[in-house]
Structure formats: structure tokens, C-alpha cells
Write a protein that binds this ligand. Structure first.
Ligand code: SF4
Length: 446
């Protein structure tokens, strides 16, 4: 061991859910007296939290393990790339390999590599835990796993069936975060609308009151904490209708991330996902009638095996009608172990590329037009970064990393400030403007 206080480095790959796993591991280690190293060089051991969702993500994870081995040599692998044989075939000397959310095993592997020496009572862990995101926003993971079996996905085989946290447990964490200065909570899971199904929607007590472990009740209680609350990975079950009024009354950000993946009934059937595009369009119209500011983000897969030109045109037409504000798109890739690999009629790469470009162009046009409608309006912006030229942040319409930005000409701001800004210019996914004031602080109602 080269440091008097043992130091652990971490490389966190993949999605926000994996980032939360990394934060939990670091929080445990910090509580045990370990220090966190920002470099390979300064670390006594390096944890690589992998992503194994797509074959390209597996390659990136293997590369990251290789880099950590070359730069440090003492490497603990955890996360969604669970194929230990494949990892050890290339890097036989990694210290251990574990799957996602196996926090205890990772911590034990760190103990084996570098025993803790500090008195845990003396270590400094903030009550809200350690976070890899900026101090003003945090991901809040409400469940693990998934009960669906989409044919392109291996998450249920990696992370298991849905396993929800009791509502009081989630609310306690959310409250600690809010008290520590977090201004925006991003609710994540594999399937947020299924939250609590596995618990039979059991109640737990929060500040003396019973709260059901069900999406609407949890979201409503989170909305009482006086911070922005943004819902991700919502599957369009009927009870999603219940959160729209909460958005209209300002309890939740009027933002829904619903990964539709496709619109063509044929493709959705092959994906083993519900195909009800007509009803969905109708519901989106109703949601917008109740909450006109509602922003809908979604992701789509193009070039799924068997996707024909007609299926793709159907998707474009549906998107045109749905007028989704934010769209991410993936070109279909095989995922080792996924049933979709064995489907017939895989789509040529150049066709996938063409469909990807066309879908993204349509989405850019829709976002651009919807952005134009915001010109001259005054909106709330949460500041992410400030430099000598100005600041940028996000409105209710922008989740970090995946959506657009609001660029402001003002420099006398701090990350984490919430300001009122007038929109002067809108282009593609982004807005430009200047500060005109500060909003009334959101009041905590819990
Ligand atoms: S809903 Fe489908 S794509 Fe999402 S995690 Fe579950 S199985 Fe995978």
C-alpha cells in the first residue's frame, strides 16, 4: 500500500443507474476511512464499474479495464459486464469480478486488496452520501431490476426482477439530499411506473404518515420536498395519467421520459413490448391538455431485426403526430444473450445509419419548432456551470447529459442557482437568454 490512508480510484461507465451503484460503493468505502483518488497513479486499487448492455459498451468496458490495468495494475471489476471468463481471458490478473449492485462483494474485494486503516468513527461522510454528480442535482434510484422481457435487453438477466425500495427509505434519502443543497432529484430505475409492484404497494411510515410504495404516491411525497423532481424511465401504464395533474400543479417538473423504442405494432411485437400507438397518441394529447408545458422525452431503436421501410415510415409518421420534445435514437446492436439476436432479417448497417439520420433530423426539427414557441417567455433555469463568458443551465425541459441547455449571458451566478430567464433565441435543442429575476423559492410541504 503506497498511501498512509488507503486510496481507491473509480471508473464509472454506463447509465445513471450504474453511476448510483458507484456512489453507493464510494459512500461505504469513505465511511470506512478510505480516501478517493482522482488518478490511477494516486490510487492503491481501482474499481471499474462496467456497462455490458450493448456489444459496443462491452468493448468500451474491456478497454477501460485494460487502461486501469496498464496504469495501476490493481483492478476490481464490477457492474453489468458479468462475463468473468471473457474478462479473465484478456486480463487474468484482475483482483475480482462481480455483478451489478453487489456492493458488499466489491467492498470486501477492496478490503482484501487494501485493508482499511482509519478509524471509521473519524471518517467524513456527509449524511447524504457521496455523489459523482455536481452538488446541485442527484440521481435517486427507487428500484432495481425489471419484470419485462424485451427481446433486445438482458437487464433482467443481469439485474434480476423488479425489486423496489420501501417508500420511506427513498424519501429519507431524498430528504437528506435536499437538506444538503441538492436542487433537482432525478428519479431513476429500469421501470419507474412499476415501482412497488413487487412490494404489493406496501405502505411505510414517513414523518409519521403512511406512504404507499407506488409511483404516484412516492412522486407526490417527493414533490413536497421543495426541490425539482424529474421522472425518468416511465413505462406508459394507465396510472401514469395520475402524475400529470401533479405536474400541472407544479409539484413535479412537467417532464416525462418514456422510452417508447418504436411505434410500429409489428416491431413492438417483435421487441415484446406493448403496441398501442393509437391510444398512446390520444393519451399524449390528453396529458398536454391537462399540462400544456409537459415535455416528453423518449428513446427509439432503429434497424431492429425485421424492421421494414414501412415500419420505419410508420415510426416517423407517429413521431410527427406525437411531437415529442426530446428524442434519443440508437441503431440496433446485438447484445450477447439477448433473444433478438436470433430474429430473422437483420437490417444492413447503411440502412440503419440512414434511418438514424432521418429520425434524428425529424426530431431536431420538432424540437426546434417547439423551442421557437418559447421565445420571449420567462422560464426557470437551474445553473450548471458559470465562466467568464456567461452561464449555462437547464430548464424543466432538459435533463442533464441527455437533453438541451439554456445559455445565459450573465456571469454573476453560481452552479445550483435557480433563476428566471427570458428566452431570446432558440435553435435545435438549446435556448439562449438572460436573467430577469429569481423565482419564489419552492416551499417544502412535507
Ligand atoms: S423494460 Fe425492457 S428494455 Fe427496459 S430494462 Fe426492462 S426488459 Fe430491459
Amino acid at each position: 500500500m503506497k498511501n498512509a490512508i488507503p486510496k481507491v480510484g473509480i471508473v464509472s461507465l454506463g447509465c445513471a443507474k450504474a453511476l448510483v451503484d458507484s456512489e453507493r460503493i464510494l459512500t461505504r468505502l469513505r465511511a470506512e476511512g478510505y480516501d478517493i483518488s482522482g488518478s490511477y497513479d494516486g490510487a492503491d486499487v481501482v474499481i471499474v464499474n462496467t456497462c455490458g448492455f450493448l456489444d459496443s459498451a462491452r468493448s468500451e468496458s474491456l478497454e477501460a479495464i485494460g487502461e486501469a490495468m496498464a496504469e495501476n495494475g490493481r483492478v476490481i471489476v464490477t457492474g453489468c459486464l458479468t462475463d468473468e471468463a471473457a474478462i479473465r481471458a484478456i486480463y487474468p490478473d484482475v483482483l475480482s469480478v462481480t455483478g451489478p449492485h453487489q456492493y458488499q462483494q466489491v467492498v470486501e474485494a477492496v478490503h482484501d486488496a487494501v485493508p482499511p486503516v482509519a478509524d471509521p468513527m473519524m471518517s467524513l461522510v456527509p449524511p447524504e452520501g457521496l455523489h459523482l454528480t455536481p452538488a446541485h442535482y442527484a440521481y435517486l434510484k427507487i428500484s432495481e431490476g425489471c419484470n419485462h422481457r424485451c427481446t433486445f435487453c438482458i437487464i433482467p438477466s443481469i439485474r434480476g426482477d423488479l425489486s423496489s425500495r420501501p417508500a420511506a427509505d427513498v424519501l429519507e434519502e431524498a430528504e437528506r439530499l435536499a437538506m444538503a443543497g441538492v436542487k433537482e432529484l432525478l428519479v431513476i430505475s429500469q421501470d419507474t411506473s412499476a415501482y412497488g409492484v413487487d412490494l404489493g404497494y406496501a405502505e411505510s411510515r414517513w414523518h409519521g404518515k403512511p406512504v404507499k410504495s407506488r409511483m404516484t404516491e412516492l412522486a407526490s411525497a417527493l414533490g413536497d420536498l421543495g426541490v425539482w423532481v424529474r421522472l425518468h424511465y416511465v413505462y406508459p401504464y394507465p396510472h401514469v395519467d395520475e402524475v400529470i395533474p401533479l405536474m400541472a400543479e407544479g409539484k413535479l417538473l412537467p417532464y416525462l421520459d418514456i422510452p417508447f423504442q418504436h411505434a410500429s405494432p409489428r416491431v413492438l411485437k417483435a421487441m415484446r413490448r406493448p403496441a398501442d400507438h393509437e391510444r398512446l397518441l390520444e393519451r399524449i394529447r390528453k396529458w398536454r391538455a391537462i399540462c400544456p408545458d409537459l415535455v416528453i422525452r423518449s428513446t427509439f431503436i432503429v434497424g431492429f431485426p425485421g424492421e421494414t421501410d414501412e415500419d420505419f415510415e410508420f415510426l416517423l409518421e407517429w413521431l410527427e403526430q406525437a411531437q415529442l420534445d426530446r428524442v434519443g435514437c440508437f441503431k440496433y446492436e446485438n447484445v450477447s444473450g439477448a433473444p433478438a439476436n436470433d430474429l430473422p432479417d437483420h437490417v444492413d448497417e447503411d440502412v440503419k445509419e440512414d434511418r438514424y439520420n432521418r429520425l434524428m433530423e425529424l426530431s431536431r426539427q420538432i424540437s426546434h419548432e417547439r423551442g421557437q414557441a418559447k421565445m420571449g417567455k420567462t422560464i426557470e433555469v437551474l445553473i450548471d456551470e458559470v465562466d467568464e463568458e456567461g452561464a449555462f443551465g437547464r430548464s424543466w425541459a432538459d435533463s442533464p447529459e441527455v437533453d438541451g441547455c439554456v445559455f445565459l449571458s450573465d456571469t454573476d451566478l453560481q452552479p445550483g442557482d435557480i433563476v428566471l430567464a427570458e428566452v431570446e433565441h432558440a435553435e435545435d435543442f438549446d435556448l439562449w437568454g438572460h436573467v430577469v429575476g429569481r423565482p419564489e423559492p419552492r416551499k417544502r410541504r412535507a
